[in-house]
Write a protein that binds this ligand. Structure first.
Ligand code: ZN
Length: 275
């Protein structure tokens, strides 16, 4: 996919080096101003003569040269546009989620998490959390490479945010009290599959955005990722037996089915995975 938008400003850079680079970027400009004062000339024109992307330049709160983080910001912006339009059509306001980049471990309103849990959404603070090294894992461990596979991961997490805004998440938590673990897991699978449907719905609508271009092979990349990170595959990789009752995300086939349904129908109302 290609994205020509300016990127979302809802990305928070919680990775170690982010803050330092911001200071450096500002520092170059300040030094030029100070030199100008010393030499009695206005040297600020020099700033304009610098190459388009300067080392340390920051765009939307993240280093401009960090292509992967900028890509995430672009995908997030496209989800904002798609869901804003859909919520407006439903007569509702879409409150945009934040996306926090982290490395190794992070604190969220849902508790502490290590990168090992993979990307997640916390309903308590309306934030998506991702350690970008997950994308290496996606490529190397799950054999799901490609930019659209990466986009699918973000769109799925945004799907959980949509469920939160629509009250689905709260209903789930209420139901949990009266359910056995097995029953709750079954319900949880439906929630996950709906997030996959929402990811497919996003892809369907995003391809019509003016700044978005879907490329050949994109949908195959997303389906491949959905296939690769289904619970049956995850469990095959980690233990010998597949145990359907402990599934929380759905099988590979289910995940692909719902992503595809969202993409092919582009109809929000078709996303009832519960009934
Ligand atoms: Zn999920």
């Amino acid at each position: 996919m290609q994205w020509f938008g300016k990127g979302s400003n809802n990305v928070e850079d919680g990775r170690g080096s982010g803050g330092g680079r911001v200071a450096l970027g500002g520092g170059v400009g300040i030094i030029i101003v100070i030199l100008g004062l010393i030499f009695g000339q206005d040297l600020t024109g020099l700033v304009g003569q610098m190459p388009a992307i300067e080392q340390g330049e920051v765009k939307n709160g993240i280093p401009a040269r960090d292509a992967q983080a900028q890509f995430v910001s672009g995908v997030l912006e496209s989800t904002e546009q798609v869901w804003e339009a859909e919520f407006t059509a439903m007569g509702m306001r879409y409150e945009q989620p934040k996306l926090r980049l982290f490395t190794t471990a992070v604190q969220s309103a849902c508790g502490n998490a290590s990168a090992a849990v993979g990307p997640f959404y916390c309903p308590g603070d309306y934030k998506i959390y991702i350690d970008l090294s997950f994308y290496d894992e996606l490529k190397n461990r799950f054999n799901a490479a490609g930019d659209f596979a990466q986009a699918y991961v973000i769109a799925h997490e945004v799907g959980h945010h949509v469920q939160n805004l629509l009250g689905t998440t709260t209903k789930m938590e209420e139901a949990r009290r009266n359910l056995s673990q097995t029953e709750y897991n079954r319900l949880s699978v439906k929630l996950e599959l709906q997030a996959d449907f929402y990811a497919g719905f996003w892809a369907s609508k995003a391809q019509n955005l003016k700044d978005f271009r879907l490329e050949a092979g994109d949908i195959a990349e997303a389906l491949n990722a959905a296939n690769a990170i289904g619970d049956d595959q995850l469990q095959k990789q980690t233990q010998s037996d597949v145990m359907p009752d402990s599934f929380t995300h759905g099988t590979s086939a289910q995940r692909m089915y719902w992503f595809k349904k969202g993409f092919e129908t582009g109809d929000f109302k078709q996303g009832d995975t519960f009934n």
